[in-house]
Design a protein. Structure first.
Length: 126
């Protein structure tokens, strides 16, 4: 259970949906694939909305091999930067596809934080 939730959070992040001008749209996994298959000089990987979530994904994947609650929480925090911005865009444009694509990530992240705080509280009581 401890390793399943971070993987589910990672996967739910990848199904985030974006739409932008000119009829363009895509899921995060499609956009990441495009960014990694193009020449690295074309993409701006140093932009905070690209770099921070990428580091967050690495943290979540590392947490599968290294059980560390702080690593998962840091990954959630870094991924939340982009996902909350996507949610804000969806709310401002009233686009239900965008809003609904963020809900699995937010729900799983909230669940993990709730469970980890509950376990931490139990350890402190002992």
């Amino acid at each position: 259970m401890n390793k399943i939730i971070p993987v589910c959070i990672f996967l739910s992040f990848l199904v985030g949906y974006l739409e932008w001008g000119g009829g363009n749209s895509g899921f995060i996994f499609q956009l990441e694939y495009d960014a990694f298959t193009k020449d690295f000089h074309e993409s701006s990987f140093l932009h905070p909305f690209i770099l921070l979530p990428l580091i967050g994904q690495v943290f979540l994947l590392l947490s599968v091999f290294i059980s560390n609650r702080k690593l998962v929480l840091a990954g959630i925090l870094l991924l939340s930067v982009l996902m909350l911005m996507i949610l804000l865009v969806g709310l401002l444009s009233l686009n239900m596809k965008i809003i609904l694509s963020t809900l699995p990530f937010l729900a799983l992240s909230a669940y993990y934080i709730y469970i980890s705080r509950k376990k931490k509280r139990v350890r402190l009581d002992m």
